[in-house]
Design a protein around this ligand. Structure first.
Ligand code: GLN
Length: 197
């Protein structure tokens, strides 16, 4: 049983907590950096990435989340959370990204007609398709060589992993299919095993 933090600045937090409880884990809504010391992993939910960024800044959570990642603790960014895990184009003066994953993203990448939609994705290591709910979703434009691509849609990368970091362009908390959450929890387990050994 693990304690998972859900970044509680803005956005879709409650459904993530429900799924964690359903799988027998504890969830804490993270509002300040002290709370990060109590969690085994962190979910950065969907919402509006610029708002989440500014609220993180006001609450001194930017460096705190970066340090959390440097400790190799797992982070799962979904939708706006994926945007925040990414790295800005070089030369950007006022960063609005945590710069943790070696990916560059296009926000709202699927255009207006496809504001929100569901798609059956073929995902690496999943034997049946995964029902992904996309809402004004970003996609991953470029990924560094250490990034494992887990799924694409319309030839665009929509799920990826780099070490302790997992990113999904869709909203895994809006389906009862918990395979992405379970993948994240397996990363938390791997990390807690390697931390004691
Ligand atoms: N379009 C939003 C953003 O870039 C993300 C949307 C979402 O999280 N559902 O911040």
């Amino acid at each position: 049983k693990y304690t998972i933090g859900i970044l509680g600045m803005q956005g879709a937090t409650a459904e993530h907590a429900n799924h964690l409880h359903h799988l027998g884990h504890d969830a804490i809504l993270i509002k300040n950096k002290e709370q990060l010391e109590d969690v085994d992993g962190l979910i950065i939910p969907g919402g509006e990435s610029t708002s989440i960024w500014h609220l993180m800044k006001q609450n001194n959570l930017i460096e705190a989340v970066q340090s959390f990642a440097q400790l190799k603790k797992p982070i799962f960014g979904t939708c706006a959370g994926l945007v925040l895990l990414a790295t800005d184009e070089p030369g950007m003066e006022d960063p609005v990204k945590l710069g943790l994953m070696d990916i560059q993203v296009t926000r709202n990448g699927f255009g207006r007609q496809k504001d929100s939609f569901e798609a059956a994705l073929d995902v690496k290591d999943m034997t049946t398709s995964y029902p992904a709910v996309f809402i004004r979703a970003p996609y991953i434009e470029t990924a560094g060589e250490d990034v494992a691509i887990l799924a694409t849609y319309d030839d665009k990368i929509v799920a990826a992993r780099e070490g302790n970091l997992l990113a999904a362009a869709f909203h895994p908390e809006l389906t009862d299919d918990n395979r992405f959450l379970e993948l994240f929890l397996s990363m938390v387990e791997e990390q807690s095993v390697s931390a004691v050994s």
